[in-house]
Design a protein around this ligand. Structure first.
Ligand SMILES: C[S@@+](CC[C@H](N)C(=O)[O-])C[C@H]1O[C@@H](n2cnc3c(N)ncnc32)[C@H](O)[C@@H]1O
Length: 216
């Protein structure tokens, strides 16, 4: 057991994480806090611009939000788990940066502020990617840093890109606005997927199967 696991609230005997998850419509491992490798936070922080307004969705112990605050105009950091929020605020005390706004709420319910330019969704087990994607694009956010689509890899998504409908996309790797990734192969040859550009698409086979047709 690592140090953070020893102290992790999820492992506390008096806590029924299932009840909490169901109340908040969180599925799979979504309600679990676990930090990632430092390289992931570095990947995000190094790509921020001084005039960015960042929205951190599922801020965990706020390590990314705190590292980002000195580098951007403003950070909104939303975390659903009250004890993570309380612990961070207690630790920060009066040192809490003025431009770091801590929000204890469910990001599925919370209206995203209109001035956000960049979203951060570091949540490998995210089951609501499409909802967050839609909420960010509807307020005009321009970029999204996430590991929710490729899981072991992080990416910067250009939210302003025009997306191909899946059936019009060229063969090759694709990443959909619903969060699904895969390899499109129209020919019947069983070739090993080639590396190359990843096509940003909408309305992929998963969207069609779940009848979630999007106008993205
Ligand atoms: C795997 S942890 C990652 C935390 C943080 N993003 C990081 O990279 O250090 C995911 C976090 O997202 C939070 N979370 C999941 N769904 C959420 C939601 N709908 N609204 C707010 N927070 C959420 C969980 O409580 C957990 O703390």
């Amino acid at each position: 057991m690592t140090n953070w696991e020893k102290d992790a609230i999820q492992f506390r005997e008096d806590l029924d994480l299932g009840v909490f998850s169901r109340r908040h419509d969180l599925q799979d491992w979504e309600a679990w806090f676990a930090p990632y490798d430092d390289a992931i936070y570095k990947f995000v922080v190094e790509r921020l611009h001084p005039d960015d307004v960042l929205l951190d969705i599922g801020a965990g112990d706020f390590r990314l939000a705190a590292a980002a605050a000195p580098r951007v105009k403003r950070v909104y950091a939303i975390e659903v788990f009250p004890e993570l929020v309380a612990t961070f605020l207690q630790q920060a005390g009066t040192e809490l940066p003025r431009n770091l706004q801590v929000i204890c709420a469910n990001a599925l319910d919370f209206p995203f502020p209109a001035d956000v330019t960049v979203g951060v969704l570091l949540m490998r087990h995210c089951q609501h990617f499409a909802t967050y994607y839609q909420k960010l694009t509807s307020i005009g956010a321009q970029r999204l840093f996430t590991n929710a689509r490729w899981h072991m890899d992080s990416e910067e998504i250009d939210l302003t890109l025009k997306r191909f409908d899946f059936d019009k996309a060229p063969d090759g790797w694709y990443a959909c606005a619903c969060g699904t990734v895969g390899y499109k192969e129209s020919s019947t040859d069983n070739n090993i997927p080639a590396a190359g550009a990843i096509h940003e698409v909408k309305n992929c086979p998963h969207c069609l199967a779940t009848k979630e047709i999007h106008k993205w």
